[in-house]
Design a protein around this ligand. Sequence first.
Ligand code: PLP
Length: 371
Amino acid sequence: MSPVPFVDLARQFEELSPELERALLRVARSGHYVLGPEVAALERELAVDHGCAGAVGLNSGTDALLLALRALGIGPGHEVITTPFSFFATSEAIVLAGARPVFADVEPESLNLDPSAVEAVLSERTRAILPVHLYGRPCDMDGILAIARRRDLAVVEDCAQAVGARYRGQPVGSFGALGCLSFFPTKNLGALGDGGMVLGNDTRLLERVRALAAHGSRERYLHQEIGANSRLDEIQAAALRVKRARLAGWTEARRRNAGRYRELLANLPGLALPPPDDERFGSTWHQFTVRAKDRDGLRAHLERRGIASMIYYPVPLHLQPAHRDLGYAPGAFPVAERAAAEVLSLPIHPHLSEEDLRAVAEAVRTWAQSN
Ligand SMILES: Cc1ncc(COP(=O)(O)O)c(C=O)c1O
C-alpha cells in the first residue's frame, strides 16, 4: 500500500505548471513587485467571488484579523468574543489589537462558536464577535448576527479555512463588517508563501485596512496612525490568481472526497463523522475531521500504515500558556476541551485518488474493528 500524504503541494504545482511558471516569470520580468496590477486584480476577483464591494491583499491571515480589528477601532478596554477552538492566530490577533479575547464554548457537532454561549459572556465592554468557520464549515451566522445587531457589535469573520464556503447560499466573509482570508500554502487557496486578505462592503473601512497595511499612510510619507508593513506581494498574487481559477474544481473534489469518506466510514464503532452539508451549511471541506475517544490510538494505527493525519487543535486557546493571564482554567469550555482530545483530521486534499480514499478508510476500519 502506498503512503497517503496529508497534503501534496508539489503535486499541485506540477498540475499548474507551466501556467504558474509563466505567471511568476511575468512578475519577475516586470520589475513591479509590491502594490501592482496582480494584487489589484486578485482583490477585484476575490471581492466579486464573495459578493463584496472590495478587498485588501495583506501579508497573512493573522494580519488580516489584526488590521480588521484595528480598522474597526477595537483596542484597549474592549472585549472580543471568540471560540476557544481555533488556530492561535485568532485570539492572538485580538491581543495584538490591544483588546481582550473572551471565549465562548463551541457547539458539540460543528465545533463552531455556539451563539447561546456568546450570549452568556456579553458585557458592556464587548465590541465585536469573531466567529471562525472551522474546517471550512460556516458558523451559525443567523444566531451570531442576531446578537451582533441587538447589541450593536461588529462581526469579523475568520474565513482562513473557509474560502468559498456558503451559509444559506451566501459566501462567508460577506456577513460581518469584515471577513479575513489566509493564503497560507496549505489552505484551500494557498500561496507559495504567506498571504492574506480582508473582504468587506464598507469602502471606508477597507481603505483604513489598506492604510494600516502601509504604515498608517494614505498619502506618501504622511502617516496618520501607527500601522504595519503588511502587503501581499505581486508574485504571490500572480500565483494565487492561477490557483483561484481552479478553486471551484478543487472544492468540488474535496466535497466528493468528504462524501466518499461518509460512505466508506459509515457506522464504525467508536468513530464520529463531521456533520454533513445541508441547505444552511455549505462547507469547503478544508478538513475532514473525525472524532474518537482513543484518538491517539487511531492516529498511531494510521501512521503505521503510512497514512498521514493531523490534530487541529490539541490545546484549546483558553489553555494556551500565552493566554495564562486571561485566567481561564481547565473545565471552562468542556465542549472545546473534549474536542481537543478527540479530533483527528484525515487527508482530504483534491489530489487524492479513489485508491487513496479506500486505503485511508480501510485503515480506519481495521482500527475500529480491533477496538
Ligand atoms: C482559523 C485560522 N485563523 C487564522 C489563521 C492565520 O492565517 P496565517 O497563517 O495566514 O497568518 C489560520 C491559518 O493559519 C487559521 O487556520
